[in-house]
Design a protein around this ligand. Structure first.
Ligand SMILES: Cc1ncc(COP(=O)(O)O)c(C=O)c1O
Length: 379
């Protein structure tokens, strides 16, 4: 019997064991910049809300409490330039990775259907297509999409790993293209509060649901959003989807049957996190400082950070002039006690890049910067 996992590649991070061991042997200890897992404390306002909701004897609702859905609606209006969402357009998810992995299956996609995702991308878009028995297809432009039966197109802005942001015009064209063909567009936007370059830093990162992008209709559109990064609560598994009420309704039906509900204390914590902009601003400043330190240090080490790294939690870098393979750069950095992710994890187009995460403590980031400043890397 074929198991569904047979269609999946091996888990990429498992292949980093050797580099991890080398980095760990550094006398100053490893600086692990290979994964985007938050390290700063979960804000008090969020923890208090979780604890206050700890007495939770009954089942939570799959669609989320009224309070949670109002918080999502308020957040979209206040932070993303998306006014007027209604509660039937919102759905809590158990972190966003599960929905990235399951959306094609939950939408009923299967053999013969094509799921398009960015060329350099978070690996779970590909995994989700395979889990559904559909065909993943990597393309950044609608013109590069082949003749297959495209049913779903993923966008990821700001991108993991590149940091690239899709502007209003780009998003608008994708929506026009998709609507003309009945393709669902799902936009994964979990780094939207971390815009570093202009205009994103002052104007914000545009959402797929922004009226400048999609007019007054959200038909065929879905945004996935996670507060794992901006609120340091990846351990809670708190995220949501929002958009087309018909799509949200279909997903809700299946998720009710499957028991895919966010625990009630987490719903309360997520609502509190979304209502409070202050802790997000403070976290953004922490990442800004780490990013600036690492940017300068990368230069000292001869690494060129891609100009697309304008937002999000990663630096996407190559070793200028040495035409180095990503695994060779990973190995050279591991010699200095720094672990990063090879670009090939994100597709063949990443083969000469590495992804450097900003998610380490100030002390560890300072250690990394000092080691990088020791001089140019050679491979
Ligand atoms: C692009 C992207 N989408 C989704 C996720 C999943 O986040 P979570 O499951 O914590 O909500 C991540 C996490 O790194 C990500 O980078």
């Amino acid at each position: 019997m074929a198991l569904v996992g047979d269609a999946l590649p091996s888990f990429p991070w498992d292949s980093l064991t050797g580099a991890r061991q080398r980095a760990a042997a550094h006398p100053g200890g490893i600086v692990d910049l290979s994964v985007g897992t938050p390290v700063d404390p979960t804000p008090r306002v969020v923890r208090d809300a979780l604890v206050a909701a700890a007495d939770s004897p009954g089942y939570p609702t799959t669609q989320g409490t009224d309070r949670l859905r109002e918080s999502v609606i308020g957040w979209f209006a206040r932070r993303r330039g998306v006014p007027g969402l209604t509660p039937d357009q919102v759905l809590p998810t158990i972190g966003s990775k599960e929905l990235v992995a399951l959306l094609p299956a939950l939408l009923g996609l299967g053999e013969g259907d094509v799921v398009v995702h960015p060329q350099i991308a978070y690996p779970t878009y590909d995994v989700g297509a395979r889990l559904a028995g559909a065909e993943p297809f990597a393309a950044d432009a609608t013109t590069a999409v082949g003749p297959g039966r495209v049913r779903l197109m993923w966008l990821n802005s700001p991108s993991n790993p590149t940091g690239r942001v899709l502007g209003v015009e780009h998003l608008r064209k994708v929506v026009e293209w998709a609507r003309a063909r009945g393709v669902v567009v799902a936009s994964d936007e979990c780094y939207a509060e971390l815009g570093w370059a202009e205009p994103w830093a002052s104007e914000g990162v545009p959402s797929l649901l922004d009226p400048r992008v999609c007019g007054d209709s959200h038909d065929g559109l879905l945004v996935l959003y996670s507060v794992s990064k901006q609120s340091n609560l990846a351990g809670y598994r708190a995220a949501f989807a929002a958009g087309d009420p018909a799509l949200v309704g279909r997903l809700l039906e299946v998720r009710k049957h499957a028991g895919m509900m966010m625990p009630a204390p987490v719903q309360a914590a997520l609502a509190a996190a979304l209502d409070d902009d202050e802790h997000v601003a403070a976290q953004r400043e922490r990442y800004r400082a780490r990013r600036e330190l690492l940017l300068g240090a990368c230069e000292d080490a001869g690494l060129t950070v891609d100009p697309a790294s304008e937002a999000g939690l990663y630096l996407w870098a190559t070793l200028a002039g040495q035409d180095a393979d990503c695994r060779a750069i990973v190995a050279a950095l591991a010699e200095r006690g720094i672990l990063v992710a090879p670009g090939e994890f994100y597709g063949p187009a990443g083969a000469r890049h590495v992804r450097i995460a900003l998610t380490a403590s100030d002390e560890r980031v300072a250690a990394a910067a000092e080691r990088l400043a020791a001089g140019p890397l050679t491979v």
